[in-house]
Structures are given as C-alpha cells and as structure tokens.
Design a binder for this molecule. Sequence first.
Ligand SMILES: [Zn+2]
Length: 85
Amino acid sequence: MGSVSTRSVFLFGRWTLQPDREPDAEPVVYAMQCAVCGAGSEPGEDLATAQQWTFSHAGSNPSHHTYRETITRPWRAWMTQLHRL
Ligand SMILES: [Zn+2]
C-alpha cells in the first residue's frame, strides 16, 4: 500500500458565488435583440449603445416594438470551508 489513489479522495466544502468585481474580471456586456425578427445589437460594455440600437431598429422597422435585453455578467465561485473525508 502506501499510496492513495486520488480517485478515493473526495472533497466537500461550502462554496460561495458572487459577481466578479475583481480588476481582472471580464466586463459586463449588454446586448439588445428584437423579439419580432431576432435581429440584435453588437454586444458591448455600454448599455446606452445597446439601447440606442433599438431606436435605430424600430425606426427602420416601425412594427417591431418588443425587445430582449441580454446581460452577460462575470461571476466567481470559491470554496470557503473545506472538509476532507
Ligand atoms: Zn426586428
């Protein structure tokens, strides 16, 4: 014996999940999509730019009144308590 297979070791712990606001975190990205035709804005870090796209799209397509907002937000998870069995 003398050696332990890593497959026999199980790690259990309490995990914490939180939006990632570290300086090196990925940026929050916004995009708008037309719910009528599926066209969408380019994803970008400025919500106002994404919202401006809806005005331009509605101006070109006067019957398109409904939109979807997509927010991509970075999160991070880490183990705050470790229990080794
Ligand atoms: Zn549309």
